[in-house]
Design a protein around this ligand. Sequence first.
Ligand code: SAM
Length: 194
Amino acid sequence: MTLSSENIKNKWNNIYINQNHVEYAPAAVLADNSCLLPSAGTALDIACGVGGNALFLAAKGLQTSAWDISSVAIEQLSKIAISKQLSIDAQALNVSASVFAQQYDVIVVSRFLDRALTSSILHALKPGGLLFYQTFCVDKVDAIGPKNLDFLLHRNELLELFASLDLIYYRENAAIGDTSKGFRNEAQFIGQNQ
Ligand SMILES: C[S@@+](CC[C@H](N)C(=O)[O-])C[C@H]1O[C@@H](n2cnc3c(N)ncnc32)[C@H](O)[C@@H]1O
């Protein structure tokens, strides 16, 4: 079943209204590789939720935009940003090709997958721009993340989707070996636009 954008918005608004613990840690692919970030420039956090990535990018001195379909998440992010004295252009919108209007030095996507956005994301990277991507895989070993296969990456899929970028970093441990160790459930990708 395909949900309408109104249904998706309502679903996520309910999740954010009911969550009593607000988690705003950045994705590991961003936090662990933050030495790659430029010292100034623009950044975009796509499907930001309460903006763990956006807050991190803004704190690093980047002029940061953040988009999410959930108005509740955007409201929560805006409040956190004010309390941390960080400036973030946070917008409640349904991400689609038509909302991309400029290019960024850094784009981050975590725990969100819409394959139809691939070329928009690629075009929205400035020359030399970096894409940090981390999301759930079909080979995940724990009962976390989406169940719907449409939202799960196939093996090496981020490498295929963003093959036109120079590869800076990739990690996908799948379900190989001792699954109590390693980086499981998600794939991590960093690519740079030429
Ligand atoms: C699992 S959460 C991830 C949030 C955040 N990126 C993180 O890593 O914590 C997925 C997010 O995608 C957002 N989302 C889902 N569909 C969307 C769409 N069509 N446009 C914009 N945001 C969307 C949801 O509202 C939700 O905040």
